[in-house]
Each structure stands twice: as structure tokens, then as C-alpha cells.
Write a protein that binds this ligand. Structure first.
Ligand code: ZN
Length: 817
């Protein structure tokens, strides 16, 4: 049998435009039967679609990828032999139509739109669906494009003991005569096909009334103790977010019920209306660190922001997917800093995500934030750090440019005017432009349609600005902070708010000071080089700057200089280790430790790695004494440990911390001290149903050929490492940069894999390729990878990841030489 997905056509923008011009969908009534999934693999659905046609007699098609069992249009059976490429032709449309299609989907094991998952511990079965961008057509017949929104009414038959979750609450649950129960859900509001959901399984449920909403949290039975441990925090951030967005957008979330469902084998999280689906890896099996909790809060708020921006008002076509994502990421950081305990969210964003955007923006994988998306297959091709994080930084810059108050006013009219409908970038920009009383057309083109990062340099009292494409630089709204050295650190003498135009902006009022911090507070997206006399002090005294966000500006500048070959790895390490010795803001401690580790083990010549890791280990040992930073410090130490006293400290701490125990074991294994009996013992002690993945990681870290071969087989052949956080964790164990000689042939094998890789959905595929990218290579690899990226032999999502890898690793090799 052929895989129907392999032969299904990808909807083009033109086809979507034609179809939206022709029809309007009134409602979907969808009956789903998941009872067979308790034992087998078949998902059954009957979709009844009520829609009108503006040109009676015309022809169109409905999407349905799966086995079509029967189909009728206006009570006339359709000829099933005409079904091809995941499309059912519909001829002779009337002004008002009813289409009924019954279909079956048996591809429920790969995670493409629907996944049936068996808990390895208790063997209970859970089923989730996730449709972005065009997975709904794999579950039932629908007009699968974002601008044909409709009311959805779901009726789901499920095994007796299962709970079914969908976008709305169940109206009634009935016993069926032929076994199981029938769940009938309230109608949804008008929604796009990609944000509806059906999840089913014997879920554990927690529910609370907060702030006028009924909040539900769900997970599989084997993880319920972790959900219960973290529930108070999840409820609190959910309540804070709903209140914050409801107020800023001047539209309360219109539905009382807001559920979040944590499921296995899922990558990331998905903003289904009223029923967000999450990877249950975020229910950490050992108490989460500050960084993990902060990240989880950001994801929670990101998906929640989509309820307004994405679900309530939806992009017309996937070319605005970047806006959808960038806005949600922006809004989550904004809400996090304003309404939750994570006040340092913007500093943490700069230290981690914005840095990734700068990195990609300086290489061949750079692209304008806005790109064309000719068909759905390209929707995720540019789904990367530029889309999410540069996009987010650009929106933050827009807010700085027009002021927060004006920005909010613009958003409010945008949501008011387009609720339950579709909109485009232009609609948002004109709403904000109207609030600001200015035309944002030039701002829009210069920030969204041009690739690359501007560089802003301070020379004397003049700002010089250049764009990498040699064109007119963008307009920047930024702050220049001026600081003097005192015994207590660097003290702010003054700050200038500057709006730049063109290549040169004079700062006649710049005070005399020891250090000028360009882009103080990180308002704009630019590479900054302060004046020569400030620069040395900025690098050496970064730790003494009063605000975390500015320490992140300093460390970020140093990293930018390292990657561009303007600063030696050793000098970068001096800067970041000095900051790490005293940094108090927990949101940046973890990313700074991460950067220091990469500099020491990946960016340093092999001969210097042990000494540099030892210096990092010293800092980590000191910080491990402070309760707020203990976990981050110990986790770093676990990557850098070499001395008996390091291992002694770690082993002591790991006695009641299974997660740390696994990390220490990875380190020992990577140094050639693999202890099979100890692994088995820890595996028995770890209550996590996925603990075997940790054991595989330990094995994969061993510096021996057979261990790498076994790990490779598990990852690429058996696909046994689930998408989401387990993938990067496993990849980190495999790719230990110091095992360079052993790993180079595997780096080459990676290129063979990515040429052939397929299945599992585009998002999961992108994740596999991104995270399993080598951390070390040789010159021949750089050549092969760049040839491959320039060929037609790889999918777009793979090409982007290859380009990023080539660019980064060539910089790494240069820094090591
Ligand atoms: Zn999103």
C-alpha cells in the first residue's frame, strides 16, 4: 500500500484564494470514533460540511488524506474513483450544499496529525491530534485552509474509561449501546481547521476556578505526581496570563473553559482553541530549575496569546505564519515580564533566543522575516530563529518606536475589527499606524523585507549605522546608557533616547562617561559596537553593570564578536566567567553557563579544552553554594567535571536528584568511564516512565564506535527517541565535541540521513535535523553540507538547518585554529 501522505498534494496559495472566493463554510459536524484505537490503529470520522457557493454550478474540491469510505454531496453519492492526491472533486455545486464524507486513518503511529501512544510503564493508550498546518485533512474531510473558518460541532465515541478533550466543554456524555461512551461537545466559535482538536485517553484531571475561568490540566496517569507538584504554578501563570491579555487586548478570552493537556511524544505545544496540547516533557521528572519553569511559563503564555492572535483573528494565508509566531513569542515575554514572577524575561530572551536570531541572521540561512509561501509545504520552511525571535525582537522594537501605550491602542482596534475573521500584516500595521498617527509602510518594508542585522557603532559622539546589504539602514529607536566606575560598580550617569535616521546620527548631548552602553535596555535589534575606550571596560566590567538586561547586552556583544572572529575564545570566556561569578538574575545565569560551556568545549582548540572546562567548573562549584543558582551550577558542573572533588560534590548532590545523577553518568561515560551496573541501578531507581531514554543517552556519550552506532540506530532507524525535549537531550549526549576524531565520520553519516529522512510531520522532521546536527566536523563536511544545501536533494526545512550548521561550524573551526 502506498502512503497517502506521500502522494497528497500541497495546497497552493492560488488554490486557497480561488476556493475562498468561491465558497463559504457555515459549519462542520464531525463524528469521530476512537474506540478501535484502544487496541488497533484505526481512527474513523464522518464529516458533515454545510457550505455555500457563490457561483452555483462551479467545481472545487475538499481535502481528505486517508481512506475515503463514502462520500455524498447534497445526498448524491460521489464517485470514489475520482479521489486523488488527498482531494475529493466536488462538481455541480449548488448555492447551499451539504457534503458528508466518512473516512479512516490508519497512520496513527508516526505522529503526523494523529498519534496513538502507549505508555511504556502502565501500557495505557493515549491519542492526540495536532493539525498545524494541514493535518486536519488527515483526520477528516475539510476545506483545510486558514481563511475558511467555521463552527465545529464534535461528537466523539471513545472507550468507556477514557476522557475526551476538545476545544469546548462536553455538553453531555452518553453510554453507547455498542460499547463505550459518546461525548457531545458544545459548538465552537468560527475557527480555522488547524486549531481544532480531539484528544482522548484515561487522562488524570485537575480543575480549578480562577479569575472567572474554569482551568483544566490533564496528563497521563503515570505522570500525575509531577502534574500535581506543578499544578499551583501552572494555574497561577494561566490566571495571570488570561487577566493580562484580556486587559491589554480589551477582549476577555470569550470562553469560560481553558484546558491544557500534556501528552507523550509531542513536539512543543499547540494553540488549539481553549484546549492547548503540550509535550509532557515539561512535567519535569525532577523539580524544575528556574530556567525550566521560566521557559514553561513562556510557552504557556505563547500558546495563550495565540487564542487572540491566531485563533480569534487568524492569518489569511501561511505567508503570515511568521507574524502569528513572532507575535505570540513577543506577547509571552511581554506578559511574563509584566504579570508573572519572571521579571527578567526580556534579559533571558536576549541571552538565549535573540542571540540565536543574530547568529542565523549573519549567515547564509538569513532571510527576510517575511517570505512568500507558495504552498502549505513551504509553511514551515522558514520556521526558525528569524521567524520567531528576530520577528519578536522586531515587534518589541515597534513597541519602543511608537510607545507601549500607542501599541496597545492599535492592538485593541485590531482585535475589535477582525474578531472571528482573518487578517493580514497590513491590517495590523494600519491599526498601529492609525494609533500612532503615522504611516508605517517604510518601517514595515525595511524591517520585514530585508535580511541581515544592522550594525550600530559609536565613534566619538556619533552613531554610525550600516546594513549588511549596503542599503539605507533601518530606523532604530534605542537608548544609549552612560556609566561611570565607582567602588560599588558601574553607576548610570545618564541615558539618551535616540531615533536614528540614515547612516549617521549625532549625539551632541552624550555625557562624558567611562562606559557607553549602546542599545541599553535592548530596545532594538542590532549588532552594537560601542566606542573603543568603552569596549574594553564593557567586556571586563560587564558583571558590574546594574541591570541584567545590560549585562546580557555586554555578553551578547562579546559573543557576537567571537562568532565574527573579532574576539578570541579565551577573551570571551574571561568576560562571561566574570559575569557568571556574581550574576544574580536567574533568567540569565543558565544561558550564560550554556555559552561558557560551548566556548570552553566547542570553540576552543582541543589542547585548551581541559583547562578551560576546569575554569568553568571552578565557577560552577562556587555558585553551587547559593540555593537560587545551585541546580544550574551543578548541571553545568556535570558537563565540565574532571577532578575527583568535582565528582564527589556531584555524587553527594545526586543522591536525592535523579536528573543530576543521569547527567553525572553521561559525563563519566563521555570520559570513558561507563558503568553498566550503575546505569541499571539508576534505571531501577528512576520512577520516570521515560527513564530508558536517559540510559540511552549515557550509552550514546561513550567514546566508542559501537556506542555511537547503537545510538544512531535508535535515533534514525527505530525513531525511538521521541520528538520534543528528549531529542536535543539525546543529541547532546551523542555529540560530545571533544570526541572529534570519533565523531567526524558520524557527521558525514548525518548528511546521508538528511537526504533520505521523511515522515512524522514537518515540525518533527525539522526538530530531528536541527537537534541532531553535528557539533564538530572537518573541512570536507563543510563542503559536502554546503553542496547539499544548494542542491535540490533535500527538503526546504532540511536546507535551512544545513545552512545554519555550515555557517556556525565554519566559525567554530576558525576559532579553534
Ligand atoms: Zn506559536
Amino acid at each position: 500500500m502506498t502512503d497517502p501522505a506521500a502522494t497528497s498534494a500541497s495546497l497552493t496559495q492560488q488554490e486557497a484564494q480561488d476556493r475562498a472566493a468561491l465558497i463559504e463554510v457555515d459549519r462542520y459536524d464531525i463524528r469521530v470514533d476512537v474506540r478501535e484505537l484502544a487496541e488497533g490503529d484505526r481512527w474513523l470520522a464522518t464529516s458533515s460540511i454545510v457550505f455555500s457557493c457563490r457561483e452555483p454550478g462551479a467545481t472545487t474540491f475538499v481535502d481528505c488524506v486517508g481512506e475515503v469510505l463514502s462520500a455524498s454531496l447534497n445526498d448524491i453519492p460521489l464517485d470514489l474513483s475520482s479521489v486523488a492526491g488527498g482531494r475529493i472533486p466536488l462538481a455541480g455545486l449548488e448555492a447551499d450544499n451539504v457534503l458528508v464524507v466518512s473516512s479512516a486513518q490508519t497512520d496513527t503511529g508516526s505522529g503526523d496529525a494523529i498519534l496513538r501512544s502507549v505508555d511504556p510503564q502502565d501500557k495505557l493508550v493515549y491519542v492526540w491530534s495536532s493539525f498545524e498546518p494541514d493535518g486536519a485533512r488527515r483526520a477528516w474531510a475539510c476545506f483545510d485552509q486558514p481563511d475558511l473558518k467555521a463552527v465545529h460541532g464534535f461528537q466523539v465515541s471513545a472507550p468507556q474509561e477514557w476522557t475526551v478533550l476538545s476545544n469546548t466543554g462536553p455538553e453531555v456524555v452518553l453510554d453507547r449501546d455498542d460499547g463505550g461512551r459518546l461525548w457531545i461537545f458544545e459548538d465552537t466559535p468560527r475557527l480555522s481547521t488547524y486549531v481544532v482538536v480531539v484528544n482522548a485517553g484515561p487522562f488524570h484531571e485537575l480543575r480549578e476556578e480562577r479569575g472567572g475561568h474554569s482551568l483544566g490540566l490533564y496528563c497521563r496517569q503515570s505522570l500525575k505526581s509531577y502534574l500535581e507538584r506543578d499544578a499551583e504554578e501552572l494555574f497561577t501563570v494561566t490566571e495571570q496570563g488570561l487577566a493580562f491579555f484580556g486587559d491589554r487586548f480589551a477582549v476577555p478570552f470569550p470562553q469560560q473553559r481553558y484546558d491544557q493537556v500534556f501528552v507523550p511524544d509531542f513536539g512543543g505545544a499547540m494553540e488549539n482553541w481553549g484546549c492547548v496540547t503540550w509535550t509532557d516533557s515539561v512535567l519535569h521528572r525532577t523539580p524544575p530549575t528556574y530556567g525550566e519553569r521560566q521557559f514553561r511559563a513562556l510557552v504557556l503564555l505563547h500558546e495563550m496569546a495565540h487564542m487572540w492572535f491566531g485563533d480569534l483573528v487568524t492569518m489569511r494565508w501561511w505567508d503570515d505564519l511568521w507574524l502569528n509566531e513572532a507575535f505570540a513569542s513577543f506577547a509571552s515575554t511581554w506578559a511574563s515580564a509584566s504579570a508573572t514572577e519572571y521579571h527578567d524575561a526580556w534579559a533571558a530572551f536576549l541571552a538565549e533566543e535573540q542571540r540565536l536570531a543574530y547568529q542565523q541572521d549573519m549567515g547564509p540561512a538569513s532571510h527576510p522575516i517575511r517570505t512568500s509561501v507558495p504552498d502549505v509545504g513551504h509553511a514551515f520552511a522558514s520556521f526558525d530563529a528569524i521567524t520567531y525571535f528576530k520577528g519578536q525582537a522586531t515587534l518589541a522594537q515597534l513597541m519602543a518606536y511608537v510607545s507601549e501605550e500607542t501599541f496597545v491602542e492599535g492592538l485593541r482596534s485590531y482585535f475589535r475589527d477582525h474578531a472571528y475573521g482573518n487578517a493580514e500584516l497590513g491590517d495590523l500595521m494600519s491599526a498601529i499606524g492609525a494609533a500612532a498617527g503615522q504611516d508605517l509602510a517604510e518601517w514595515t518594508t525595511s524591517w520585514l523585507d530585508r535580511a541581515g542585522t544592522d550594525t550600530i557603532s559609536l565613534v566619538g559622539t556619533t552613531l554610525l549605522i550600516s546594513s549588511p546589504d549596503g542599503g539605507e539602514p533601518r530606523r532604530h529607536a534605542l537608548r544609549v546608557g552612560s556609566y561611570n566606575r565607582t567602588d560599588d560598580g558601574l553607576e548610570k550617569r545618564g541615558e539618551l533616547l535616540v531615533q536614528t535616521t540614515g547612516t549617521t546620527t549625532y549625539l551632541p548631548d552624550l555625557p562624558v562617561a567611562d562606559v557607553h552602553v549602546l542599545n541599553d535596555g535592548d530596545l532594538t535589534f542590532a549588532a552594537v559596537r560601542t566606542d573603543e575606550s568603552s569596549l574594553q571596560l564593557l567586556l571586563s566590567e560587564a558583571a558590574r553593570l546594574p541591570e541584567a538586561v545590560n549585562r546580557a547586552v555586554a555578553v551578547g556583544t562579546a559573543w557576537d564578536m567571537l562568532t565574527k572572529g573579532e574576539l578570541a575564545t579565551g577573551d570571551f570566556l574571561e568576560c562571561v566567567l566574570a559575569v557568571l561569578a556574581t550574576e544574580q538574575s536567574p533568567g540569565v545565569v543558565e544561558p550564560f553557563f550554556g555559552l561558557a560551556l560551548r566556548a570552553a568545549e566547542q570553540w576552543s582548540p582541543a589542547v585548551l579544552v581541559p583547562r578551560r572546562l576546569a575554569r568553568l567548573a571552578d565557577v560552577a562549584v562556587t555558585r553551587a553554594d547559593e540555593p537560587d543558582h545551585r541546580t544550574a551550577a551543578l548541571q553545568t558542573l556535570a558537563w565540565a567535571a574532571s577532578q575527583p572533588e568535582h565528582f564527589e560534590l556531584l555524587d553527594d548532590a545526586a543522591e536525592d536528584d535523579v536528573d543530576l545523577a543521569w547527567r553525572v553518568m553521561v559525563r563519566r561515560a563521555s570520559l570513558g568511564r561507563y558503568d553498566e551496573a550503575a546505569v541499571a541501578e539508576l534505571l531501577a531507581r528512576d520512577p520516570d516512565p521515560e527513564a530508558h531514554l536517559r540510559a540511552w543517552g549515557v550509552s550514546a556519550a561513550r567514546p566508542v564506535e559501537e556506542a555511537k552506532a547503537e545510538a544512531w540506530e535508535r535515533f534514525w532507524r527505530e525513531r525511538a527517541v521521541p520528538a520534543g525535549p528528549p531529542t536535543p537531550a539525546f543529541a547532546l549526549c551523542f555529540w560530545r565535541p571533544v570526541q572529534h576524531d570519533l565523531l567526524v565520520p558520524w557527521a558525514h553519516r548525518f548528511l546521508d540521513e538528511v537526504t533520505n529522512v521523511s515522515g512524522g510531520g514537518l515540525l518533527a522532521l525539522g526538530g530531528m535535523v536541527r537537534h541532531m546536527r553535528p557539533s564538530t566536523c572537518d573541512d570536507a563536511w563543510l563542503q559536502r553540507a554546503s553542496d547539499l544545501a544548494n542542491s535540490d536533494d533535500v527538503q526546504p526545512v532540511v536546507r535551512t538547518e544545513l545552512q545554519i550548521g555550515v555557517d556556525m561550524l565554519s566559525r567554530v573551526l576558525r576559532a579553534r585554529s
